[in-house]
Design a binder for this molecule. Structure first.
Ligand SMILES: CC(C)(COP(=O)(O)OP(=O)(O)OC[C@H]1O[C@@H](n2cnc3c(N)ncnc32)[C@H](O)[C@@H]1OP(=O)(O)O)[C@@H](O)C(=O)NCCC(=O)NCCSC(=O)CCC(=O)c1ccccc1C(=O)O
Length: 266
């Protein structure tokens, strides 16, 4: 596959996927998601690979979710294929691939992890963050949501009350705050992030691959029912994206103006 939106390299048992759209703060579009799924499947298929590291290009962002500039006039992302579940993005498939690949996926969060970009690190097995990283959900500000892994699995990690706060208020949290919530495993200075992710990967590579695989499957089993919630969430999102309410959120962001959701509270 010709890669335009991500960088993909494999070295010493580590597959590194870098979302490479820094001019859009590594926001993803349909092509980005498809490339991530392709690279994960390649890493899955390659028996020399034992660990995957997911990160973002540049110093500012890990990923800030769906590319709002790629949304069409009818709300959904600018891709009409059926695999995207109606929203135009195979996000649900991406989440499931991160969970199903029988090798740990480490998120190396180098900056903003916002919206769908935040959900990406949430579904990864481990998160290592730069001390400068910022985390948060933003869907309700821009007429969107991820009510699958983004809410239900997040709540398992940080607890119901905190997960509700994160989604209802859409504020940003520091790496330190996220570590206290159990959402981040380790914080390092930004210039040591990739080396630290590699060091964690190397420690995992010293372990029994079968034991690691079975443990990942076991951890997954307990939250597997969230896949069904995720399907419902994405299917409902496809319908929501076609509403004036959702479009108001997207348009306000793109026009850099205050959003007016009050008109929809009738
Ligand atoms: C990330 C910010 C907080 C950064 O703020 P700041 O440092 O002030 O920089 P800005 O000047 O705002 O941004 C710089 C530059 O980048 C552009 N940009 C930023 N975010 C996006 C984006 N998501 N898409 C496209 N472009 C983006 C911005 O316009 C600027 O460019 P200019 O040319 O200078 O104008 C802040 O930028 C921010 O809040 N961004 C929006 C983040 C966002 O709302 N993301 C989508 C959230 S949707 C969601 O959370 C739930 C849905 C979900 O998870 C999901 C599920 C299934 C499919 C898709 C999604 C999804 O994520 O959409």
């Amino acid at each position: 596959m010709e890669l335009t939106d991500i960088l993909y390299e494999k070295q010493d048992g580590i597959a590194k996927l870098t979302i490479n759209r820094p001019d859009r703060l590594n926001a993803f579009r349909a092509q980005t998601i498809n490339e991530l799924i392709w690279a994960l499947r390649d890493a899955w298929d390659d028996n020399r690979v034992g660990v995957v590291v997911l990160t973002g290009a540049g110093e500012k962002a890990f990923c800030v979710g769906g590319d709002q500039k790629e949304k069409g006039s009818e709300g959904g992302y600018d891709y009409s294929g059926g695999l995207g579940g109606g929203i135009g993005l195979e996000v649900e498939n991406l989440h499931q691939t991160i969970r199903n690949i029988p090798k740990p996926v480490i998120a190396a969060v180098n900056g903003y992890a916002i919206g769908g970009g935040h959900v990406l690190h949430v579904v990864c097995d481990l998160t290592i963050a730069a001390d400068s990283a910022k985390f948060g959900q933003s869907g309700p500000k821009v007429g969107s949501y991820d009510a699958g892994y983004g809410s239900a699995y997040l709540a398992r990690i940080v607890g119901e009350k905190k997960a509700r706060e994160i989604w209802y208020l859409c504020e940003q949290y520091t790496a330190e705050e996220c570590k206290e919530m159990g959402l981040v495993n380790k914080i390092v200075p930004a210039n040591q992030l990739q080396a630290e992710a590699d060091a964690w990967a190397k420690k995992i590579l010293e372990k029994s691959p079968t034991a690691i695989k079975m443990l990942k499957y076991s951890f997954n089993a307990d939250s597997a029912s969230i896949q069904g919630i995720s399907q419902l969430s994405m299917a409902s999102l496809a319908m929501f994206y076609n509403t004036e309410e959702s479009n108001e959120g997207k348009n306000a962001f793109l026009e850099k103006r205050a959003v007016d959701f009050q008109q929809f509270r009738k």
